[in-house]
Design a protein around this ligand. Structure first.
Ligand code: URA
Length: 162
């Protein structure tokens, strides 16, 4: 499974890896976390069809465990190639796995979110993974995620060319 949405998008959203629902349908973010992602994007007036959505790993890790380093490394060239071809202006990473993989850091997501990072010529904005938000329904995380989405939208509006 690779991605879905607009292959010419200036905004690319990158999650962790397919879960059972995504594996069955061959599309990213179609389960519960995906439904929340749709609402998160809609909260800043972004439609799923307008952006491109993909994952740091392209195959479902058994039992929904986090992808291991060699699995991330095996998929990294595909993602890098895709981003190289698409040349998005803004990348929104969801959760620590995707964020740490793209930024090549071990810093926790709580420290990485809330500010802009550079990925090639693109600006990269990390936020919490929607599955984490579903497991931790407190208002604090939700508000922080919304701040990140607003930041991503602001950068997208400022930088988009298409
Ligand atoms: N979680 C992810 O990180 N990616 C998906 O595609 C679905 C759930």
């Amino acid at each position: 499974m690779f991605g879905s949405g607009n292959p010419e998008a200036d905004l690319v959203v990158i999650g962790e890896g397919p879960g059972a629902d995504e594996d069955a349908q061959g599309l990213p973010f179609v389960g519960r976390a995906g439904q929340l992602l749709t609402r998160m994007l809609a909260s800043v007036d972004l439609a799923r069809e307008e952006v491109y959505i993909t994952n740091a790993v392209l195959c479902r890790p058994p039992g929904n465990r986090n992808p291991e380093a060699d699995e991330l490394a095996a998929c990294a060239p595909f993602l890098a190639d895709k981003l190289g071809v698409m040349q998005p202006k803004v990348i929104l990473t969801l959760g620590s796995v995707a964020t740490q993989a793209l930024l090549r850091t071990k810093e926790p997501i709580g420290k990485l979110r809330g500010r802009l990072h550079q990925y090639g010529d693109a600006v990269l904005i990390p936020t919490f993974h929607p599955a984490f938000l579903l497991r931790n329904p407190g208002q604090d995380y939700k508000r922080m995620a919304w701040d990140d989405l607003k930041l991503a939208k602001r950068e997208y509006d400022a930088r988009r060319t298409r």
